[in-house]
Design a protein around this ligand. Structure first.
Ligand code: AHR
Length: 676
C-alpha cells in the first residue's frame, strides 16, 4: 500500500491511476516545501483510458419540497380533491361580497367515485354582490399575458339547478379580473364541466392571483377535482411546467431515477408508492400521504414519469418498492414478501411489456401503446437503514424473480457500497449488477474525497451514485457547493468505467416559505418562474462538454490549503488536513478529436497552470473556454437574480502542445481543444 512519507497518508490505489495519484498525493503533501514550483497538468492523448459512460449524468426525483404538486406538475389548484386536511378545506375560501352570505365545508357524503370521496359544499343563503369559492393555488396562481388556462371541475347543485357559474382568474383582492368565462347547466348529479380562460395581451405577469367560481343563485353547490392547467411542455394534457422542463432539457440528462428516495418507501406500508393507484384519469387517483409532510395528489403518476422520460429522451431507472418503510417496518424474504415482488414484476411489465401482456395492454389503454426502454431496476431505497438485516434476503428474492423474467435487466442494490449507509448492514447473498451509493457532504468533504473512485475495484459491481450533493446554501446551493460538486464530478468522470451513472438530489425546491423540507436543491422556483443554482450550471457544463474516453492527466505542484474543520468535523474527531485547490479531468471525443479539459479552482486566488498536451499530431491554436466563476464562495443565484452566476463560453486562443492558463479564483473551467 503506497504511503506518502511527508504526511503519512496511506491510500489503496487503482493500478491505472496509481502513478498519477501518487504524483498528486506527493505534490499535495509537499506543496509547502516547493511553493514556487510551477503548477502543471500533462494530458496524454495517446494513452486513452476508460470509456466515459454515456449515462453518467442523469436526474433523481421524488415528491419532496413540492417537486411535483406545486412544482413540475403543472396543476395550479392546490388541494384540488379536498383531501389535504380532513378537517378543513385548506387553500379554499368563501367569497361573500356586498351583503352576500355563504359558507363552505368539507362533505364526505357525496363521493364522485372511490377516489374522489371528499368534496367542497357551498351553501349560499344570499347572493349579494357575489358569492362563491376561491383557491389560492401553490403560493398564488401564476398569470401570464395571452395565455389560455384549461379549467375543469366536477359539480352538482341543489335548489339552484341549471343556474350558471362564473369562473375566473383574478387578483387576490378581486379588483382585477384577468380572465373569465361562464359555465352553464349545473345539474343535480355529478358532472364534469370545462372552460377555457384566456388572458389579455397587455397584463403584467403576477402570482398575486386566485381562481374564483361564483354563483348567482342561492342554494347548495358541491365541487370536486377542481383543476386548472396552463399550457404544458409538449402540450401534454396532464403535463409539466414548460419553464422547468426547459431547464432540465438544458442538462441533457441520460436517465431519470424515480419515484424516490424516501417517497418510494413511504412512512408505512399503506403510504408506500403504490404505482397502480397512480394510473388512469386523474379522477381515478386517490392520492396518498407523502413522507415529506404533505399529501401527494399522484397527478404525476407512473405513466407521467415515463412520458417525462420520453419528452427529455431519458431512460427510466425504475425503483421498485422492496418491503421496507421509513418507520422501519419490513417484511422478511419469503411468502409474505411475494405479493410485493409480483407487484414489481407487473410494474416492469407496465413499463416494458408489449400490448399483448396484461400490463402492457393497461399502458396502451392509458394512452401509450409503445413500450419504454428499461435497463436498470433498483430494489428499494437506502436499505442501510434497515438494521434488521432483512435486505440481503429481500434483495435476493427480488433479484431472482426479476432475472428469471427479465434476464436482460440490470438490478441495482441500495447497500453493499462504500458509502456510510451502504456499509452499515451485511450483504452477501447475491451480487448486484450495480450498487447505489449516496453522498451528502459539505464542500471540504467533497474536495478532500474527489479521488474517491480512483481506488475502486474494476471487477466489482458498477456504481450508481444515485444521490449526491454538496449541501451548502439554501434553498439552492451556493457557489462553494458548486465547487465541491465540480471537484466530485471530476472524480466520477475520471472513473466512469466504474461509476456508470450519477444523479444529484434533491432536484427541485419551491422557494416559497414552507416549500422546502430539504435544503440545497438543484433547481428553485415559485409559481411564476424558475432558476438553476450554480450547482445546476456545474452539472450542465460537465455533461455538455465531455468526450467518450478518459485521458490520463498527470499533475505537479498542485497547491493545497488547510481544511477548516466544522463543529461536526471536530466532534467526529477529524484532524486538520491539506486539501488540493485544483481538480481536473480530461476526456476526448474520439470521432471529432475534441479534448475537454475541466479544471476546478476551489481557492480564492487565481491559479496559473502550465498545460502540456502529449501525443497529439496537431492542436488548433484556437478553441473555446467555458468559465463559470463567482465573486465569493457564498455567491449564488436566486429567484430574483436567477442568472447571476452562469457559465460563459468564449473563443480561446494560444492553445498548443504546451501553453499556460490562469484559472480565476473560485472558478470552474472547461478548455475545449481541437486536436488531431
Ligand atoms: O434526497 C433526500 C432524501 O435523502 C431521499 O429521499 C433519501 O433517499 C435520502 O435520505
Amino acid at each position: 500500500m503506497p504511503v506518502c512519507l511527508t504526511c503519512k497518508t496511506t491510500r489503496v490505489l487503482y493500478p491505472a491511476v496509481r502513478f498519477f495519484t501518487l504524483l498528486l498525493l506527493h505534490s499535495v503533501c509537499t506543496t509547502s516545501l516547493f511553493a514556487q514550483a510551477p503548477v502543471s497538468l500533462t494530458v496524454e492523448l495517446d494513452k486513452p483510458g476508460a470509456a466515459v459512460s454515456p449515462q453518467l449524468y442523469g436526474l433523481m426525483t421524488e415528491e419532496i419540497n413540492y417537486s411535483y404538486d406545486g412544482g413540475l406538475y403543472a396543476e395550479l389548484i392546490r388541494n384540488r380533491a379536498f383531501k389535504d386536511n380532513p378537517k378543513a378545506p385548506d387553500h379554499w375560501s368563501v367569497i361573500q361580497e356586498g351583503d352576500g352570505k355563504a359558507s363552505i365545508n368539507l362533505d364526505n357524503k357525496q363521493p364522485v367515485n372511490d377516489a374522489l370521496t371528499v368534496c367542497l359544499r357551498l351553501d349560499i343563503e344570499k347572493t349579494g354582490k357575489r358569492t362563491g369559492i376561491a383557491n389560492d393555488g401553490y403560493w398564488g396562481i401564476p398569470v401570464k399575458p395571452q395565455t389560455t388556462y384549461r379549467l375543469s371541475f366536477y359539480a352538482k347543485a341543489s335548489g339552484a339547478e341549471n343556474a350558471p357559474l362564473t369562473v375566473g382568474i383574478e387578483s387576490n383582492d378581486g379588483t382585477t379580473v384577468f380572465a373569465t368565462a361562464q359555465v352553464t347547466g349545473i345539474g343535480n348529479q355529478w358532472q364534469r364541466y370545462t372552460a377555457n380562460l384566456t388572458t389579455a395581451k397587455d397584463i403584467k405577469p403576477t402570482a398575486e392571483a386566485r381562481l374564483v367560481i361564483s354563483a348567482q343563485h342561492t342554494g347548495t353547490y358541491w365541487f370536486n377535482l377542481v383543476s386548472l392547467f396552463p399550457p404544458t411542455y409538449n402540450d401534454r394534457p396532464n403535463g409539466n411546467r414548460a419553464d422547468i422542463m426547459q431547464l432540465l432539457a438544458g442538462m441533457k440528462p441520460a436517465f431519470l431515477r424515480f419515484p424516490g428516495g424516501n417517497f418510494l418507501e413511504g412512512d408505512m406500508f399503506s403510504s408506500r408508492y403504490d404505482w397502480k393507484k397512480t394510473l388512469g384519469g386523474i379522477e381515478l387517483r386517490p392520492g396518498h400521504p407523502g413522507c415529506w409532510s404533505y399529501r401527494a395528489s399522484d397527478g404525476m403518476g407512473l405513466l407521467e414519469f415515463l412520458e417525462w422520460c420520453e419528452d427529455l429522451k431519458m431512460e427510466p431507472v425504475l425503483a421498485v418498492f422492496a418491503g421496507y418503510v421509513l418507520k422501519r417496518d419490513y417484511l422478511e424474504a419469503g411468502p409474505l414478501l411475494k405479493p410485493f415482488v409480483d407487484e414489481a414484476l407487473e410494474e416492469i411489465e407496465y413499463v416494458t411489456g408489449d400490448v399483448n401482456t396484461t400490463w402492457g395492454a393497461r399502458r396502451a389503454k392509458d394512452g401509450h401503446p409503445a413500450p419504454f426502454k428499461l435497463t436498470y431496476v433498483e430494489v428499494g431505497n437506502e436499505d442501510g437503514f434497515d438494521a434488521s438485516g432483512s435486505y440481503d434476503g429481500r434483495f435476493a428474492q427480488f433479484y431472482d424473480a426479476i432475472k428469471a423474467k427479465y434476464p436482460q435487466l440490470q438490478v441495482i442494490s441500495t447497500v453493499g457500497g462504500k458509502d456510510p449507509l451502504g456499509m452499515r448492514v451485511k450483504f452477501s447473498l447475491r451480487r448486484p449488477d450495480a450498487i447505489d451509493e449516496h453522498y451528502y457532504r459539505n464542500a471540504w468533504e467533497m474536495e478532500e474525497d474527489a479521488g474517491h473512485y480512483d481506488n475502486y475495484s474494476r471487477t466489482g459491481p458498477k456504481i450508481f451514485v444515485g444521490e449526491w450533493a454538496t449541501r451548502e446554501g439554501s434553498p439552492t446551493p451556493n457557489f462553494n457547493a458548486a465547487l465541491g460538486d465540480a471537484a466530485w464530478m471530476t472524480g466520477m468522470e475520471r472513473n466512469s468505467d466504474v461509476v456508470v451513472m450519477s444523479c444529484y438530489a434533491p432536484l427541485f425546491v419551491n422557494v416559497n416559505p414552507g416549500g422546502m423540507q430539504w435544503k440545497s436543491d438543484l433547481i428553485g422556483y415559485n409559481a411564476l418562474s424558475s432558476y438553476g443554482s450554480p450547482s445546476y450550471y456545474a452539472q450542465k457544463m460537465f455533461n455538455t462538454y465531455k468526450g467518450d474516453v478518459v485521458l490520463p492527466v498527470t499533475a505537479a505542484n498542485i497547491p493545497t490549503r488547510n481544511r477548516i474543520l466544522s463543529g461536526r468535523d471536530s466532534a467526529a474527531g477529524k484532524q486538520p488536513s491539506q486539501v488540493p485547490v485544483l481538480f481536473y479531468v480530461a476526456t476526448r471525443d474520439t470521432k471529432t478529436g475534441t479534448v475537454y479539459l475541466k479544471v476546478v479552482n476551489a481557492a480564492g486566488t487565481a491559479q496559473t497552470v502550465k498545460i502540456d498536451i502529449k501525443g497529439a499530431a496537431k492542436i488548433a491554436s484556437t478553441g473555446q473556454s467555458i468559465i463559470m466563476k463567482a465573486d465569493g464562495p457564498e455567491d449564488t443565484n436566486t429567484i430574483t437574480e436567477p442568472e447571476k452566476i452562469v457559465p460563459v463560453a468564449s473563443k480561446a486562443t494560444g492553445f498548443g502542445k504546451s501553453f499556460t492558463r490562469t484559472f480565476p479564483a473560485w472558478s470552474i473551467t472547461v478548455l475545449q481543444l481541437e486536436t488531431k
